[in-house]
Design a protein around this ligand. Structure first.
Ligand SMILES: Nc1ncnc2c1ncn2[C@@H]1O[C@H](COP(=O)(O)OP(=O)(O)OP(=O)(O)O)[C@@H](O)[C@H]1O
Length: 206
């Protein structure tokens, strides 16, 4: 369902422009993210989707453009670099991130997600032994482990099979009960059973 909500946004971005060297990557980008909503960010390769997520992570540098009207939200990021220690087991990774993250989702929720993703039996194996899709699922669980207000997910369903994608959809809908998500996706048909908005970035790399 497309959102028509008028509550206070978690994040408000107005007129954000960003250049790398002489290349203009983001041109006058404006959008809002509301509580318990997902913002899908789409656009061609090179249109600035990853740059936008990284700009939000570095929001201190863009104080006049990226604002948090009600409170400064806690953020969690999943990028193309999956952010896992591949010589450690999945269980060790999650223990490590639980240790540094502070407030985290309950253990039983994480166990349930690992079972849904068929990772539970492999939790003691080094992440380096995982397939590409398994690494992606592990990285998604790692990113969603901290209990934060806003998740920044860059193509989080890359390499997932149809079962994995369906489970990931349920996990993301679960997360939206308490948080908001900005999700980069190339799939125009991807949807969640949640309120959503769309941000289409222009292609600036010609
Ligand atoms: N470190 C960098 N140095 C120079 N140019 C960069 C750098 N990072 C990104 N860019 C340029 O910024 C533009 C946007 O890149 P970005 O990764 O944000 O695009 P994207 O929309 O996420 O692309 P994709 O769909 O391929 O992941 C591209 O033209 C890219 O070449």
């Amino acid at each position: 369902m497309v959102s028509s909500q008028t509550s206070i946004p978690v994040l408000e971005c107005s007129g954000l422009s960003y250049s790398i060297g002489r290349k203009s990557v983001l041109k006058n980008v404006s959008f809002s993210v509301f509580p318990n909503e997902v913002l899908f960010v789409r656009g061609m390769n090179g249109s600035g989707k990853t740059t936008l997520l990284k700009s939000i992570l570095q929001h201190d540098k863009f104080k006049d453009r990226i604002k948090f009207p009600s409170f400064s939200p806690k953020l969690s990021y999943l990028g193309h670099d999956l952010g896992l220690y591949t010589t450690l087991s999945l269980e060790e990774n999650l223990e490590y991130f639980r240790g540094i993250a502070g407030d985290c989702r309950p253990e039983d929720q994480i166990v349930s997600w690992l079972k849904d993703f068929r990772l539970w039996q492999r939790r003691k194996d080094p992440v380096s032994s995982f397939s590409r899709g398994m690494k992606q699922k592990a990285a998604l669980v790692r990113a969603l482990l901290p209990n934060v207000d806003l998740y920044l997910l860059d193509e989080p369903l890359t390499a997932l099979d149809s079962e994995g994608e369906s489970k990931a959809r349920a996990v993301l809908e679960n997360v939206l009960d308490t948080s908001s998500i900005i999700m980069v996706t190339h799939d125009p048909n991807f949807s969640l059973n949640a309120k959503f908005r769309l941000l289409e970035l222009g292609e600036n790399s010609k």
